[in-house]
Design a protein around this ligand. Sequence first.
Ligand SMILES: N[C@H](CCC[C@H](N)C(=O)O)C(=O)O
Length: 278
Amino acid sequence: MEFTKYQGLGNDFILVDNRHSTTPSLSPEEAVKLCDRHFGIGADGVIFALPGDENSDYTMRIFNSDGSEPQMCGNGIRCLARFLAKLEGIDTTEKSYRIQTLAGIIIPNLEAEGQVKVDMGTPFLLAKEIPTTLTKAEEKVIDQSLEVGDQSWLVTCVSMGNPHCITFVEDVAKIPLETIGPKFEHHAVFPERTNTEFIEVVRRDYLKMRVWERGAGITLACGTGACASVVAGVLTGHCDRLCTVELPGGCLTIEWSKKDNRLYMTGPAEEVFTGVID
Ligand SMILES: N[C@H](CCC[C@H](N)C(=O)O)C(=O)O
């Protein structure tokens, strides 16, 4: 079976042409093996291009490198859009796709210079929508205290279809991500686990972010996390609605539109190599 490796700011994926069937051609267990960076291809996840339905061009499903299935992946859907254009034999920069995901319809638009602009939909803020039990179901979690790893953190929770727990800190470089990340991810107040972002505000329009991802650990970038972090920054008064988010793998442009309440994310997506899985 052929695959193509793509990466979006170093958040890397194995992409599989699954247009022939509505069932992913690899199991979560097979995905785990292929994502291994020593015994497999190496990736943060496996993304399947499945047939669309009456309301979409294609369907995206993704397995994290631990085999779990998240609702959405921002860097991944930019890679999927480029992959689809390659499969369709087009290299236009004005192509957009309606992609069905577990987070609803997401719309990536191919732009010039390898950029992809994605309509990421609206954020979800109620505790029951994250989901989290940190407060009452119908309430939001904004700058709320949470004990993690013998320390008290002020967290804000935002869902982009997948859960994010965001903390603003003085210096992201000083965060011991390897030790504190898993404690956030598996905290009892997150029944579906959570992605965990630490944000340093450089300017009101420029954030520095490091991330521990649910089901993938430390990654070089997280698109849904960058969107969730701008929403959290606006809600807590730290940043403007249009921001550059600098991640270890590079920068994303994120806008939380006042007009339609939707998040727009712009960033690169690059093919790395094509291979064959025996
Ligand atoms: N690990 C995430 C999915 C991938 C999200 C991230 N890679 C992105 O670019 O949005 C989760 O389990 O919710």
